[in-house]
Design a protein. Structure first.
Length: 255
């Protein structure tokens, strides 16, 4: 089922759908655009007030997962407690688990991708910057002039796709190139197995979250946050509605 772009669901209806899943559900969330509003610079992002309290309350009842494109180290800024499972770098990293060292070919690939991203940042001009991750590199252009940034983004996506073994991921004003294949869907499935959960409810707002939505079964719930084509069956307008959904879900599970 595809949720219509022009229709947003009531947070109460989303909470009802998740509360009705086979128990216990694994309840997962992306961060930026879901638990925290999208901002111009990634370092300025913050969870909406009340979100962390609700996540902690939810984790006392069911397994809760945070799955983000941010690195695990960067996710520490949000204060997610140990009761939550946390995956970073689109599933390439897991909090509390060691990252397998890059192979020789992966390291060489990453060097090439970093060079391409730095060149693209220069092309995009003022406001563009490059973020370095353990297995990839990200070009950020939210604060750059779109007239210069868009051609740089398109070129980076094209040349990045020509690097053998690399992954190219898009997002809100970002292009990420990775030297090691990973996906949020794989991370969510691993968390499902580890937690012993019987079903999945996942909320995300971006193209990388569609990897999760497309792998969900009939007994799962996908929630797209914001507009855009999606394989998720439900849709919320933004982080404020996600917070309301969290509050209602905690109340339903407590009852």
């Amino acid at each position: 089922m595809t949720a219509a772009a022009e229709r947003f669901d009531d947070p109460a209806a989303v909470a009802d759908a998740v509360a009705a899943l086979a128990a216990p559900p694994l309840v997962g969330f992306d961060v930026d655009g879901v638990l925290a509003p999208i901002v111009g610079h990634a370092s300025d992002a913050a969870l909406l007030p009340g979100v962390l309290d609700q996540l902690i309350a939810l984790a006392a009842r069911v397994p809760v997962a945070v799955v983000s494109g941010r690195t695990v180290a960067d996710l520490a800024r949000f204060g997610f407690p140990a009761s939550l499972m946390v995956a970073g770098s689109h599933g390439a990293e897991r909090r509390g688990l060691p990252l397998a060292p890059l192979t020789t070919s992966e390291a060489a690939r990453l060097d090439r991708l970093r060079s391409l991203a730095e060149s693209a940042a220069q092309q995009a001009g003022r406001g563009a910057w490059v973020e370095h991750k353990p297995t990839g590199v990200v070009l950020h252009v939210r604060e750059a002039d779109p007239a210069r940034a868009q051609p740089a983004v398109e070129q980076l996506r094209s040349v990045g796709a020509l690097v053998a073994g690399a992954q190219v991921k898009g997002g809100h004003g970002v292009v990420e190139l990775t030297a090691r294949v990973a996906s949020k869907a794989t991370a969510v499935r691993a968390m499902l197995d580890e937690s012993g959960a019987a079903s999945i409810a996942y909320a995300g707002d971006d193209a990388t979250d569609e990897d999760v939505f497309t792998t969900l079964g009939r007994g799962d719930v996908g929630v797209r946050v914001g507009t855009g084509p999606t394989a998720a069956g439900l849709r919320l307008a933004g982080p404020a509605d996600v917070l309301r959904y969290l509050e209602l879900l905690v109340a339903r599970l407590a009852g």
